[in-house]
Design a protein. Structure first.
Length: 212
């Protein structure tokens, strides 16, 4: 069993303010090539940030970066490497490590090296909203060492509608309680919070009479 708890706004607010400064500085850094908008998504957008008090990993934020490159002047690799270079320039000035380049996201972390503990982190996904309503993201294929635009999985398409229905029916506290319970019972390290949240939403919806 884990020991996840919700992190208060008083804990997360200063971190988010610092991340906003980093994002704005990165925007200025890449402006000669392209511009981008940003959006805090996931747990931070829902005020549902969690951390496991038994682990050495603190809480995290998730941010989508929407690059303005409608004429496709830059390849997926050029966009991702440009933003990573900017993060590597800016983030260390705010106490973060250099950005880690994983499959889906670029991650920056603040660490307590003496205790080998991650205090908090932020994942940046570079995304594009298609006209058909689907979303693509830049994926790093480590085996092939290349970057490509890929479609997001379909399992998350109807989440906004389901979330709205649950809120309208006064079921959000049940969502919060069940989400923490599922996170604490999860034994699959490959199952991420976004998947656990999607399962939570679907199960609470079905339990209370919502059908797609």
């Amino acid at each position: 069993m884990h020991d996840f708890r919700y992190v208060s706004k008083s804990e997360t607010a200063p971190v988010k303010a610092d991340l906003l400064d980093i994002i704005h500085e990165v925007q200025n850094y890449v402006r000669d090539k392209f511009t981008f908008q940003y959006e805090f998504i996931g747990s931070s957008a829902r005020n549902m940030i969690t951390c496991d008090t038994k682990s050495n990993i603190g809480f995290d934020f998730d941010v989508n970066l929407y690059v303005n490159d409608d004429n496709e002047e830059y390849s997926a690799e050029e966009i991702r490497r440009t933003i990573k270079k900017a993060l590597d320039e800016v983030a260390p000035q705010h106490g973060y490590d250099y950005a880690e380049d994983s499959t889906r996201v670029l991650t920056i972390k603040v660490k307590n090296t003496r205790r080998a503990k991650v205090l908090h982190s932020c994942d940046f996904a570079i995304v594009y909203d298609c006209e058909d309503g689907r979303q693509q993201y830049i994926r790093f294929n480590k085996d092939r060492n290349n970057y490509t635009w890929e479609y997001q999985g379909k399992g998350f398409d109807l989440l906004p509608e389901k979330e709205e229905w649950l809120r309208d029916n006064n079921l959000w506290q049940e969502v919060r309680d069940y989400y923490i319970e599922k996170k604490n019972r999860n034994v699959n390290p490959e199952k991420h919070s976004r998947s656990i949240f999607a399962e939570t939403i679907t199960e609470i919806c079905q339990k209370n009479g919502y059908y797609e």
